[in-house]
Design a protein around this ligand. Structure first.
Ligand code: AMP
Ligand code: GLY
Length: 420
């Protein structure tokens, strides 16, 4: 079959890498892709948030299956446009993607489903928000309601930080995403991510992972999109995962279906775990980046069969076959990230890296130029390895990192530290 993947980050490189290994895949197209993806797929330029443009491309290129990577096309309703015309598509509808696009929406779903999560208030004016913060005290968490590229959450350790965050959000720092604010109870515990395929009726867990959100070693410095990940996440034991499935995931899916907006796609549940009890921190309507990279490295070619079963509402018929292995990915980012960074520096040493079923350097923000592969984004490379132990996967990933010649880049040296 002909398959189109929308997106151009490390998540989409790992999806393309897994899908391309499956014999069902005849032609693979990625829009827009990047320098690494271009080695295994045709990269095309396409406005991926324009459902009409995507549909036209699908029709004129005989595409059989579309996999949507990032949240922007989901929130823009690209899946709806495709499905309305009978195009097979992996990714939730615009209405279902509200689970990521609106924090308040998710809170109302949790209320209706009885899913454990942080207590909260929802505000559209700054004075009542300030009053609430004064009443509840710090630490407290202030969240812009809408999509804010991962930057709309302020964990305020002091009252002043919380009030400053409210000034920023109601002052328009996050545009319309901050016109509504959710203020949440601060939850203590350890974070982990749980990935579940949902076809509207059935669910299939496809793995756990732990991200590293802070830019610096030991989880210090500002938040980023994620500086590294590993899978499985030991903290999300089978017992806790089962609890999250029965108390959080399944009730959420049932409530979405009851409202006439069944969820179809991958549900990424960000959980906070304390004393063996999982609570929901957030949902995302897509794979995590870089969590996807470690999941794909563990799933390999079967990923395509699972995504297809999800899109065809056949999840009850399939199984996820795990090897007893561990994958770990290290993000290499441009100096300055998550603040301002330069583009265009040349990255050396990539050709000599291994490229196997258990060792891959996935590309994120890269492009090919005459001088070689150049950096074109904040997060640039995801060096990923798989082995029978986490320690071994980590050693292999860092050995690859040390072969890369890119003085303008940096990475954390402690990915996996909580589990090791
Ligand atoms: P989110 O974008 O919702 O994942 O939030 C970003 C980060 O803020 C999370 O990864 C957590 O570290 C932190 N966070 C979000 N909500 C809470 C909460 N209610 N309590 C404590 N930390 C939180
Ligand atoms: N790595 C966090 C995310 O994809 O949202």
């Amino acid at each position: 079959m002909n398959i189109l993947i929308l997106g151009g980050g490390g998540r989409e490189h790992s999806l393309a890498w897994a899908v391309a290994q499956n014999p069902k895949c005849d032609r693979l197209i990625v829009a827009p892709g990047n320098a690494g993806i271009a080695k295994i797929a045709d990269c095309v330029s396409l406005d991926i948030v324009d459902g009409g443009a995507v549909l036209k491309f699908v029709q004129s290129n005989a595409v059989d299956f579309v996999i949507i990577g990032p949240e922007a096309p989901l929130a823009a309703g690209v899946a709806d446009v495709l499905r309305a015309t009978g195009v097979l598509c992996f990714g939730p509808s615009q209405a279902a993607a509200q689970l990521e696009a609106s924090k308040f929406f998710t809170k109302t779903i949790c209320d209706a489903a009885g899913a454990p999560t942080a207590g909260y208030g929802h505000f559209t004016d700054i004075q009542s928000a300030r009053d609430y913060v004064h009443k509840m005290g710090a630490p407290i968490v202030v969240k812009a309601d809408g999509l804010a590229a991962g930057k709309g959450v302020i964990v305020a350790m002091s009252l002043q930080d919380a009030l400053d965050a409210l000034d920023d959000m109601f002052g328009g720092e996050f545009g319309t995403a901050g016109a509504e604010v959710v203020i949440e109870e601060f939850m203590e515990g350890e974070e982990a991510s749980y990935f579940i395929l949902c076809d509207g009726n059935d669910v299939l867990a496809i793995g756990t992972a732990q991200d590293h959100k802070r830019v610096g070693d030991g989880d210090t410095g500002p938040n980023t999109g994620g500086m590294g990940a590993y899978s499985p996440a030991a903290v999300l034991s089978d017992t806790i995962a089962e609890k999250a499935m029965t108390e959080i995931i399944k009730p959420t899916m049932a409530e979405m279906a009851r409202r006439g907006t069944p969820y179809q796609g991958v549900l990424y549940a960000g959980l906070m775990i304390k004393d063996g009890v999982p609570r929901l921190m957030e949902y995302n309507a897509r794979f995590g980046d870089p969590e996807c990279q470690v999941l794909m490295m563990r799933l390999g070619a079967q990923a395509l069969d699972l995504l297809l079963a999800c899109a065809e509402e056949r999840l009850a018929e399939v199984q996820c076959n795990w090897a007893e292995d561990h994958a770990l990915t290290v993000v290499i980012a441009a100096d300055g990230y998550p603040g301002a960074y330069a583009k265009g520096s040349v990255i050396g040493g990539l050709d000599a890296l291994p490229s196997t079923s258990s060792a891959m350097c996935f590309h994120a923000g890269t492009a090919q130029s005459n001088a070689g592969v150049t950096a074109q984004g904040g997060r640039v490379l995801n060096v990923t390895a798989r082995a029978s132990t986490l320690a071994e996967a980590r050693a292999q990933a860092y050995a690859m990192v040390d072969q890369i010649d890119w003085p303008e880049g940096f990475c954390r040296r402690d990915i996996g530290w909580r589990a090791l």
